[in-house]
Design a protein around this ligand. Structure first.
Ligand code: SF4
Ligand code: SF4
Length: 490
């Protein structure tokens, strides 16, 4: 997607990615340490994110995890509510809602999620990268250290950095496992003999290495070549999507500031690091971009945002901070790189709503309404009562007629339920549990059994009668079940 012919006549930059050289070898990215208001906002948001992510597995409600995604045992707890395989329809609609929401969010706000909320970016840019700056120094020091021979300083720094990297990977791995098997099970793996939890321990080690490799080696490759969401940007974005964008109208033609011809700016205000290098070109009739390339130096995916929207851009806003700092120094308005749409840059106005966003919003609203309705109809206890196939009714000596039923109880609560069946329609009728077993079901589990229902013959109106059975817990009606009852063949 080209923003304008003003930006760059050639689209050649799209023929390659910034992290691979001509021979196909990876180019390691050394992004300059970002700073500025957007970096500060992201840092604060990341602390909130990390507090929630690491804190949630510790929260319990009535002795149960507040959230659990136990795919192995098909047991899910979301905000204290149990969900099982029988709630799959809610899960499926929930996934559809998430998908439509992601599409709508991307159409309107571009890839903002990637740079600000995505765990990959939060861990990479706000934890791992900061540790790297702390141990190895800023980008120039990192390059120098990489190129340096193996001496004591380099060995110590490498060992220290990778030890911290792996420790954090273990922490992430344990948290990840806690979401699947629960914090108690993770604590058992950590504190009890390995032999008691061999498979759990192996899983923990494997996850730790995976996270370590992702953050120590793969890095931006996850966003630029592996993540499917990133690959879909091309079909989801349009000229009205808000993205991190370079204002080519204002910035072009770019050029370095010429010392003696600049009239509107006070060059004394320009930082020495910028001015010495860039005060060389013809300033007259040039745009606001002084071609300092700081926006490229800070980019964690190594791209030049001035080429236009690219799928490698994770909307981290580091280039906005870098460019704003430059603009302040050269006494020009901030926002040469900003969050805007191509339409906004070209026409100066931006319409948030259009046919596409309205259509997605309508679909999303309908899906949410359906989910809320189904959710409100969902009960914590499900009872299936089905007449046993192949058996007819039996007339008893006491004047009643009996039918045999199989029942299944599904308990989605966090407590064991001892239930009782009572006839509701017709009002008279008794239950004889097969094997004397009472209808009970353990927490978050299901149980099955069989029961004879006996109804006085004179209460039956036909060969096939509709009956209603009430299911009670501690004298309280929790659900009703409708089924059929065969009378004697007349
Ligand atoms: S940081 Fe701003 S001024 Fe410098 S090259 Fe990038 S867009 Fe141009
Ligand atoms: S172009 Fe800017 S917003 Fe996009 S990834 Fe690079 S630094 Fe972040």
């Amino acid at each position: 997607m080209s923003n304008s012919t003003n930006v760059q006549d050639s689209e050649q930059f799209r023929d390659k990615i910034a992290t691979v050289d001509k021979s196909g070898k990876r180019i390691w990215i050394y992004p300059k340490k970002p700073s500025g208001k957007y970096t500060n906002y992201r840092t604060w948001l990341s602390w909130v994110f990390l507090a929630v992510l690491f804190g949630l597995p510790f929260i319990k409600v009535n002795g149960e995890p507040f959230v659990l995604f136990n795919i192995l045992e098909r047991n899910f707890i979301i905000f204290g509510m149990h969900f099982g395989p029988q709630d799959f329809y809610l899960f499926a609609i929930g996934m559809l809602i998430l998908l439509v929401f992601i599409i709508l969010f991307t159409v309107v706000f571009g890839r903002l999620f990637c740079g600000w909320i995505c765990p990959q970016t939060v861990f990479m840019e706000l934890i791992y990268r900061k540790i790297e700056y702390w141990i190895d120094g800023d980008y120039n020091a990192q390059k120098k250290l990489d190129a340096a021979p193996w001496n004591t300083d380099k060995v110590i720094k490498r060992l220290a950095k990778h030890a911290v990297f792996f420790t954090i990977a273990v922490l992430i791995s344990n948290t990840f496992l806690a979401y699947i098997i629960g914090m108690d099970a993770v604590k058992n793996i950590i504190f009890e003999p390995i032999a008691m939890h061999t498979s759990g321990f192996i899983a923990m080690i494997i996850f730790s290495f995976v996270f370590y490799i992702v953050f120590a080696r793969l890095r931006e490759q996850v966003c630029t070549t592996i993540c499917p969401y990133g690959r879909l940007q091309g079909v989801m974005l349009d000229n009205r999507s808000l993205v991190v964008a370079y204002d080519f109208v204002r910035g072009e033609p770019r050029g370095k500031i010429q010392k003696n011809k600049t009239t509107s700016q006070s060059l004394e205000t320009i930082d020495a690091g910028i001015s010495a290098e860039y005060i060389t070109g013809i300033q007259q009739k040039l745009g606001d971009c002084i071609d300092c390339k700081l926006c490229i130096h800070v980019c964690p995916t190594g791209i030049d945002i001035r080429n236009g929207t690219q799928l490698e851009c994770v909307n981290c806003t580091a280039c906005m901070d870098a460019c704003d700092e430059v603009m302040v120094k050269v006494n020009r308005p901030e926002g040469l790189i900003r969050i805007d749409s191509i339409e906004g840059i070209e026409k100066g106005t931006h319409k948030l709503f259009n046919a596409r966003t309205i259509a997605y919003t309508a679909v999303l609203t309908v899906l949410i309404a359906v989910e809320v309705l189904l959710f409100s109809l969902r009960s914590d206890v499900e009872v299936l009562l089905l007449r046993t196939g192949g058996l007819l009714s039996q007339e008893q000596k006491d004047g009643t007629v009996s039918n045999l039923y199989n029942y299944q109880l599904i308990n989605k609560t966090a407590e064991t339920l001892n239930l009782e069946f009572r006839m509701m329609q017709p009002a008279t009728g008794t239950f004889e549990m097969v094997g004397g077993k009472t209808p009970s079901v353990e927490k978050n589990n299901k149980s099955e059994g069989a029961v004879f229902i006996k109804i006085p013959k004179d209460q039956l109106v036909s060969g096939k009668n509709k009956i209603i059975v009430g299911v009670y817990q501690e004298g309280k009606l929790i659900t009703k079940v409708k089924t059929t009852f065969f009378g004697p063949i007349k």
